[in-house]
Design a binder for this molecule. Sequence first.
Ligand code: SF4
Ligand code: SF4
Length: 107
Amino acid sequence: MEKSDQRVPFTVENIKKCICTDCPVQNTSRCVKEKMEKTKEMMGSMESGLMSKPEDIPGLYCATGAATCKDIDTNQMCICGDCPLWEKYNLPSGELLGYYCRDGKAK
Ligand code: SF4
Ligand code: SF4
């Protein structure tokens, strides 16, 4: 069987722990702001098992890949290093060190 390259699982627990919502790369993006509002509204349904699509979540890019919002500012500093998932999934040992919103998911 082929080994999965999914390092970080796409779960509601991980969406809640992700700190991309506080990241300067995202905080001027109108597209991200809209997705954040929608995600807040959907949280109840997600907690009861109805997951939103990855492209509707403005974070957890280490699990889902590059951001669909194109108005993010990747000249700002990535804060993944302060995220609880950074150590939990041993992301410093991966190929990419942060900026998953720009470069795709963690492997
Ligand atoms: S490591 Fe980065 S992309 Fe992954 S959940 Fe944490 S803040 Fe979000
Ligand atoms: S992946 Fe890193 S740079 Fe991108 S939004 Fe999350 S914390 Fe910021």
